[in-house]
Design a binder for this molecule. Sequence first.
Ligand code: ATP
Ligand code: MG
Length: 495
Amino acid sequence: MISRAHISENALKVLYRLRNAGFAAYLVGGCVRDQLLGREPKDFDVATDAHPEQVRELFRNCRLIGRRFRLAHVRFRDEIIEVATFRGSAAPPDQADGEDVDAEDEDDDGIAESDVAETAQLTDDNVYGTIEEDALRRDFTINALYYNVEDFSVVDFVGGMADLEAGMLRLIGDPEQRYREDPVRMLRAVRFAAKLGFRIHPDSEAPILELAPLLADIPPARLFEEVLKLFQGGCALATYEQLRHYGLFEYLFPQTEESLEHEEEGFPLTFVARALRNTDERVNAGLPVTPAFLFAALLWEPLRERAALLQANGAPRMEALQRAADDVIAEQIRSIAFPRRFSVQAREIWGLQPRLEERRTKRVSALLDHPRFRAAYDFLVLRSEAGEGGDEAADWWTRFQAGDEAERGSMADEAGEAARGRRGRKPRRGRKPPGGANGAEATDEAVQATPPAVTGEGDDDQGQESGGGRRRRRRRRGRRGGRKTPGEAPTPDPA
Ligand code: ATP
Ligand code: MG
């Protein structure tokens, strides 16, 4: 049913070498599913009865990864083929240890020490199983199809072919038990439903609303990986709508959920939706996307609200923005590990907003060279499209970029004139009115000093890159409302 012509050369090499050595070897999972649906697979996974050490002996370019369950990565120039030994029911749930990292080579990867201790026990032979056991421990029936290169057949133990034809996403086994075993499967259900346009079977759908709070126990590092798959797979908008529908979104972005609930004039919804649609367009056009932009967009409304509050209490605009950024990020990383290199960039995107709006510096063209200019400009345009204002500035920057050197020169001169004019009319010293022209004067200095000085409040996200797996212990003070308890979640009825 699947022609070999559509299978990666490298995957075929791996399959044949395993077979020639006397082992069973099949393609399995997303690559079989996607090929049967006429889609191009993201990557190729192989399942085999060879043990990881036996796989390693067959391939020079092979590396064993994973602490709780060993997998072999066979590396080719531009592709890695993941080879997993059939798992029995005693094996830990898939990827439950977050990002798989070679235990020997990396020591500071954010995976808790306790996982290391478990390695010996979990790599024992008792975690391996037959192909049928391997099928049963997978998540959805359509993800448990095995492709046999020998005779081009698809091996199906769980009714996956019928579900594939019916456009149905169905968990294997008892749904509630399978979600409890690994709550990330709820996110996967939504992701595949949105990506493939499938329906979630009523039995698989029913427990989600009630079990959504279990996501709170997933390590933040793993949730970060999942969030990227949810929002950078080309179907972010549809996925986001489904996540909200099933009451899952609030466990990923609690602050965003909160601001969506008291949205004014539909702005936040429009903004987030626009940002996600923009991300989808970029992904589908093959353009790069960054988690920094995604998080900057998802957290923008909570940030604005927090900054407005601080400004109302007398903080100058730029300082309010920075402190709000510290708070919002510190709160966010309690649920999702947002690596520091990205949070620094998100702050830059936010910090550039007032600078792009005000164009106060004579050297506006220097802003063009800022490494985050492009992202910040896109962000500004989205804001203006979403009706947040800043239209004039967005237009100005669009024209400025399109202009030739002479046009840019005169536009920059005008901007400089305007800035000097504004400065000339205002007193230069004394108490600065919040958000006024002088308040904004702090803008340039503050943002140029990127990465922004980390204040005491912001310490929470330091070391994110290396310690992403750690739960943030500190409770945020002064957050209005707080995280809802699961019982109160006003979620729509999925029926
Ligand atoms: P994608 O197109 O996103 O790669 P995929 O189905 O290949 O989709 P992966 O995360 O690459 O998803 O996982 C590969 C396979 O491993 C899945 O098809 C499924 O059979 C199994 N699997 C992955 N995660 C889980 C899980 N949490 N529980 C059970 N099985 C899982
Ligand atoms: Mg895959």
